[in-house]
Design a protein around this ligand. Structure first.
Ligand code: G6P
Length: 362
């Protein structure tokens, strides 16, 4: 509850929560590791996840975007087919389920009614469920078979930041453990990799003035903005666009870079800001090709890349981390850019209009 949590020296909860992310990563590393440095997740959870022939991730909003990244971990590392669904759609339009499905509910609050409606139905059908939440004892946690806790500390700002990165980190750890249960060696030593992520996030929050400048340069007066990326970067772009919409009211959309030419490019005008993410080697050149396409139509490009993949004149270069974990780092730049864009446009950052922190109606 906001009354119990102080903003300290920060002007807004959102800014404080963005800055807390290195600490949250350290908490997760600590809580999901035993004394021997081995990953630690309840055996009953590992068994149920490892038994599943398909995983159905169900969530809303920012948690849905974390689920998109989580699917990549589960499929690429653990080798289990995974679908990600928006809860409010799933309820009315349930996909064909596999023989042994496992449901993962991702919810910061653990109280979202849309997600709960799916959980009720999954239970009615006799399926196993796991809730990943920040709130122990929350409804989704109590009602699912299993819970994994985010250890992010209370999140007060309506726009979710540290819960998103916590969700991705916990999904990464879970995927590694499930991979091991399936006898797979992913070649990824996740604890040190998350350690590198922590250092990289620290470097970015220390660079907040630079993000403020980017917000001024690209978003001070615009009425719209587009986020593009491919693969993992596309998912982060969706989250970046949601963050910006939520708190600055700039009309923002995230797109798969290659999809622009199939319609959205019609919206590009002189000066339209395009925020492009380039943290994935195999799509680095193709996303830069997409940037050229929009620049030729007058767009104002803001390119956020990763060390080792950067080109001259990139707007911001994040420190190098494991490619699959780059969302944990690149998103922090977008959180800060959105924060400063909203701040300079005079918006109520912590309590945006029309939104609630947890939505307990369907
Ligand atoms: C609300 C919030 C969003 C959040 C979504 C899902 O709409 O405004 O920020 O992402 O609910 O919340 P949950 O608690 O289930 O993650």
């Amino acid at each position: 509850d906001a009354s119990d949590v102080e903003k300290g020296t920060y002007d807004h909860y959102m800014l404080k929560e963005i800055h807390e992310q290195p600490g949250v990563m350290r908490n997760i590393i600590q809580n999901y590791q035993d004394d021997n440095g081995e990953l630690k997740i309840d055996k009953a959870i590992i068994d149920d996840v490892a038994k599943a022939d398909r995983i159905y991730i169900v969530a809303c909003g920012t948690s849905y975007h974390a689920g998109l990244v989580g699917k990549e971990f589960i499929e690429k590392w653990a080798g289990v087919p995974t679908e990600v669904h928006v809860a409010s759609e799933f309820v009315y339009n349930m996909p064909l389920l596999s023989e042994k499905p496992l449901f993962i509910f991702i919810s910061q609050s653990g109280e979202t009614a849309d997600s709960r409606a799916v959980l009720v139905e999954a239970k009615r059908l006799g399926h196993k469920s796991l809730t990943i939440t920040n709130v122990p004892g929350s409804t989704l946690s109590r009602e699912a078979d299993h819970t994994l806790i985010l250890h992010a500390g209370p999140e007060i700002a309506v726009a979710s930041t540290k819960a998103y990165t916590a969700q991705i980190a916990v999904l990464a750890i879970l995927s590694q453990v499930v991979a091991t249960a399936h006898g797979k060696d992913t070649g990824v030593d996740i604890i040190p990799e998350l350690g590198k992520v922590t250092t990289a996030i620290t470097a970015i929050v220390d660079d907040a003035p630079k993000m403020e400048q980017i917000a001024k340069d690209f978003l001070e007066t615009t009425r719209n903005a587009f986020f593009i990326g491919r693969t993992m970067d596309y998912y982060v772009g969706l989250e970046g666009a949601l963050k910006l919409k939520e708190i600055s009211y700039i009309q923002a959309e995230g797109f798969a870079g290659g999809e622009l030419k199939h319609g959205t490019i019609a919206l590009i005008e002189e000066g339209t800001p395009i925020i492009a993410l380039a943290t994935q080697e195999k799509v680095n050149l193709s996303i830069r090709g997409n940037v050229k396409e929009v620049v030729a139509r007058g767009a104002n490009p803001c390119i956020i890349s990763m060390e080792g993949l950067e080109h001259d004149n990139d707007t911001y270069v994040i420190p190098v981390v494991h490619e699959m974990l780059s969302p944990l780092v690149s998103v922090v730049t977008l959180q800060l850019i959105s924060y400063y864009a909203a701040l300079h446009r005079g918006c109520d950052v912590d309590k945006p209009r029309n939104l609630a922190k947890s939505v307990t109606v369907e």
